[in-house]
Design a protein around this ligand. Structure first.
Ligand code: MG
Length: 377
């Protein structure tokens, strides 16, 4: 692959491999191949029309799941290279991490989970793995995308013990309380860094967050004071960009330095040493972590729970719930490929097919189907 990997990085020559054996790729590394498969997947293309925080039609400049995933990958790749980790694997995990998300963001996920309460629930991390392991039907020789173990390990960020037992190898770490590889740890925290920062931008653009409110957040205030001092006449929009740019830089630099220290102290010699560690290595310093969490809580309270957002939440919940009720009572209302999968299934099996169908919808497709089938808009 050209770039020297640190001994604790994931190395394809020591991988736990793919579920179905395949000849090695000629011009690409195996994790590059995973990334390419993810980019070519249907689920990836649909991320363009799925909500991150704002519903797709609320405005053209807001983040979607697609641009969010690209920003996560961008943050994580910088840190991966700086730490000697496997960059293609890091990128693959980041691009795939939200493939299982429902339409309408967390409102959609929570409602689908409620609909599936009696049938094993619905969890978007698990669904992301299900998409790459089973639902993408693109290859003649195997179901799903047949990704490398380390990519799948990274996609499955959380998992209940019950689901972990059913998943086999990739679920084992949740039962043994082990860590995933460093690339997975990095993708996980890059996700939080990316959304904390881009949601400040989107929230401000939407007029739901004000400069005064944001200045109550230490991560923001530190950069605000500095930028305001150096460029007192900067217009608000440009001021915000300059602040966010510096916020990302501060947090990512802190992440790289703190992680580097941890790795030097513990000196893991392989990815298995990393997995067996009691605690993750890829972390922020205590001080920056507190500020990061404070901003996250602030966004929770003032952006994600803003009354304007709640209106959208209630509508999204109704659309998901009513579509779920409709399809479970008449599976023939789904396209044939889904209807066929419900044959010889019990009630729980049929509900899972419906959940797969709904989870795969884009925001506007869900709205259009709801309107077409239930005559509501
Ligand atoms: Mg995400």
């Amino acid at each position: 692959m050209g770039v020297a990997l640190a001994p604790y990085a994931a190395d394809e020559s020591h991988s736990r491999g793919r579920r179905y054996d395949e000849p090695v790729a000629e011009y690409r590394g195996e994790y590059q191949r995973d990334r390419d498969r993810i980019i070519h997947s249907t689920a990836f293309r649909r991320l363009v029309y799925k909500t991150q925080v704002f519903v797709n039609h609320e405005g053209d400049l807001y983040r979607t799941r697609m641009t969010h995933s690209l920003e996560v990958a961008q943050v994580a790749r910088t840190a991966a290279v700086a730490l000697g980790l496997n960059e293609p694997l890091t990128e693959a995990i980041c691009l795939a991490h939200d493939l299982g998300h429902t339409p309408f963001g967390h409102a959609g996920q929570n409602e689908l989970n409620a609909c599936m309460r009696d049938f094993g629930g619905f969890e978007h991390n698990l669904q992301s793995l299900r998409v790459v392991d089973e639902l993408e039907a693109k290859y003649a020789d195997f179901p799903g995308l047949n990704l490398m173990f380390e990519t799948r390990e990274g996609i499955l960020k959380h998992c209940s013990a019950r689901n972990a037992r059913e998943l086999g190898d990739v679920g084992e770490r949740f039962l043994k309380r082990e860590q995933p590889g460093l690339e997975a740890q990095l993708a996980n925290i890059a996700d939080a860094i990316a959304y904390n920062n881009h949601d400040v931008d989107d929230g401000f653009r939407a007029g739901l967050l004000s400069l005064d409110q944001l200045r109550g957040q230490p991560l923001f205030a530190t950069q605000y004071d500095e930028v305001h001092r150096r460029y007192p006449d900067l217009e608000d929009r440009r001021l915000i960009y300059e602040i966010i740019r510096r916020m990302i830089n501060t947090v990512v630099t802190d992440l790289i330095n703190t992680t580097q220290h941890n790795l030097e102290d513990a000196a893991p010699n392989s990815i298995d040493d990393v997995r067996e560690s009691a605690r993750p290595f890829v972390v922020l310093s205590e001080r920056i972590y507190e500020q990061h969490v404070s901003l996250k809580q602030f966004l929770n309270q003032h952006l994600y729970s803003h009354e304007k957002k709640l209106e959208m939440t209630y509508r999204a919940e109704a659309i998901i719930r009513e579509l779920f009720e409709l399809y479970t009572s008449d599976v023939g209302k789904m396209p044939a490929e889904f209807t066929n999968r419900t044959e010889r299934q019990d009630e729980a099996g049929r509900a899972r097919v419906v959940a797969d169908y709904i989870a795969g919808m884009t925001d506007r497709y869900a709205i259009a189907e709801h309107e077409r089938l239930l005559g509501k808009s």
